[in-house]
Design a protein around this ligand. Sequence first.
Ligand code: 3NM
Length: 218
Amino acid sequence: MTRGQEALRKALSLYFIMGSQDGREEQPLRTIDRALKAGVTCFQWREKGPRSLKGRERIDFAKDARNLCQRYRVPFFVDDDVDLAVQLEADGVHIGQKDENAKAVRRKIGDKMWLGVSAHSLEEAERAREQGADYIGVGPYKMTQSKPDAESVIGSTLIRQLRALSYPLPIVAIGGITPDDVPEITSAGAAGVAVISAISKSPDPPSVVREFLKELNR
Ligand code: 3NM
């Protein structure tokens, strides 16, 4: 996989995120498989919360998710766990404001792995860029059930502000996003959308993926 800027921008279009705790199916890996097959352009494994896996099971799940991504040639990102991302030779790692400092993470992962950072203000976006982020995640766009400690809803305001300031990094919107939201988000200047529940909790994940792709390719 080439890890250039253009490849990243394309990958950020429909960025699917989930861990074993998300989804409706008995087998979360099957949900990931079906979403990849239907055409998500990037995947982030995010194992979080009281129902998440621990220890050996957690690592095995991550490896299986990575192998699926490799099979479909879709970039595989790890949320938060930088050491595991390095160990699994992930395509990238995503960190929040409460995780390790982006500069330290960049030192650890070198230039061969992409680095994404969550940002909720102009200051955080600018700091992420200075510290070596390749893209930023901006949210929450709408109310989300998937992140109990989410900040207040900001819609597309910050995306528009950053674009007005010619902010150079690609931006992916996150938080409560459904296919109907795509036109507003892309017209604000985002490279794409990051989605957990709209896909993982759907009774028919592939059809939601196709709805997203239809809106994104308009
Ligand atoms: N980060 P859903 S919102 C992981 O605002 C995450 O930074 C957010 O899940 C942020 O698509 C969020 O189910 C949850 O709302 C997104």
